[in-house]
Design a protein around this ligand. Sequence first.
Ligand code: FRU
Length: 540
Amino acid sequence: MTFPSPHLSRRQMLAASAAVVVAFSAASCTQAESPTPVPTPAGPAPTPSDPWRPLAHLTAEKNWLNDPNGLVYHDGTYHAFYQYNPQGNSWGNMSWGHSTSKDLVHWEQQPVAMEASPDEEIFSGCIVMDKNNASGLGSAETPPMVALYTSAYGKNGALPQGSQAQSVAFSLDNGTTWQKYQGNPVLNLAPTNNNFRDPKITWYEPGRYWVMATVVADAQVVKLFKSTDLLRWEYLSDFSGVGAQGGLWEVPELLHMDVEDSTAKKWVMLLSINPGGIAGGSGMQYFVGEFDGRRFTAENAAAPGAPLTESQWLDHGADYYAANSISGAPGDKPVLLGWMGNWDYAQDVPTTPWRGSMAIPRELTLVRGAKRLELRSAIAGAARETLDRSGEVKSKNLTVGSSPQDLGQEFRGRTQLIELDMDLKSAREAGVLLRHSSSASETGLRISYNKETGSVRVDRSQAGTSNFSGKFSPFHEVALPSPGNKVHLTILLDSSSVEVFAAGGTAVISDTFFPDWDNTGSSAFSMEGDTDFTVTTRGL
Ligand code: FRU
């Protein structure tokens, strides 16, 4: 099976208005009572010469990044490692970059953790704290941080050039410096495989062992293994033959989750697919089911090759990929960090000297949907608390008729956390236009809800620079589970991205876009009738 995508060739190279206010009912502006100040971001801030630098999302100061790897919470600090090219602003020389955060919003870049060599690139993987030093790589006093990563072998590697196997590295200084385990690779396939990668491990309490999920990406197979010492891995089972199949299966993860409002627990398999995602190119599907210590069985899963709408998707935007959970994160819900990118065009986006950013960390809840269990995503607690303490709260109630309504000075901004309530009285469709120019309401990022189709749409086609790639898809849509006249959206707008949470987080759209620096206007619009709006924002 071949996949005509830039991602594959990368892999092959490696394997080698004029606004008339019809009605303006009750307009009010409120300000928050003296918000507790939050620290300013440790990294660079957006400027006219670096206009797309996010303020509330992890980026590297310079150079390329993709998947988050080795996400771990230890001693009050969140560590994010990630696929990073120390030498340039496009994919290559894959190494693990490293950033740390106390609040999941402000990140501080650390020295590169593990650097590529001509023999071995360091592909995606995970980190756990080996608290009991079961690996023997540390001591009882200094338990090691253990990383499982994919060795992608080069010229004089331990395995033939182009092959991929799983390896171990460890740190005895809280993730600052890393040593590779001498017995690497710790897990290989026979025969050696060029697409065997992305280990992510989960503790299986009933059996008291670690379970590793990996993929044979081009065969659309997840392979599970177990270990008690993180070094010796025993094959358990394969998971395949369900859901979307139209591309590489990458970055799997098994999660054990509570079902909300019940005592039941279920297992969830997160799985990235590229291409073949719901919004085109890269996307993340998931499966809910049971895991008996050996085998994961998906329940109510889409048949292989079924229409993509039958699969379950973590996000319906174009830019949410390779998300995995933060090991040891406080709280009883998985906290995920995902890459806000799409292999269809990630290498072409016009940012410099950096390319690639992470999504806002999200916590997952498993809830009963109409037909089956579903994942709900929300901005992770720690991040949400930080965002809620940032900036001033401004709020406005208005009724908009057939002409757009400029929300005014208080709602201008490049980075905002917006809570939007709309009641589509007689309107068919309503929404907000963000990052628009001072005069026109025709350009801008258009976020809308259509009550006839019951769907939320993010349209980035007029939102700024988009000619860098023919594959930069213009808009993305998600159908809400129980559509009605009223809708609530949480919108996190940053310099070059938007994340829209609808239907309590069961419908999410994450998209990048590249607006003009000077365009900071926000308007509300309503089509073919009136809509009541309540808009609350905090400028970050
Ligand atoms: C997913 C992925 C992984 C791989 C890494 C390489 O985006 O292709 O499968 O380990 O990126 O950078």
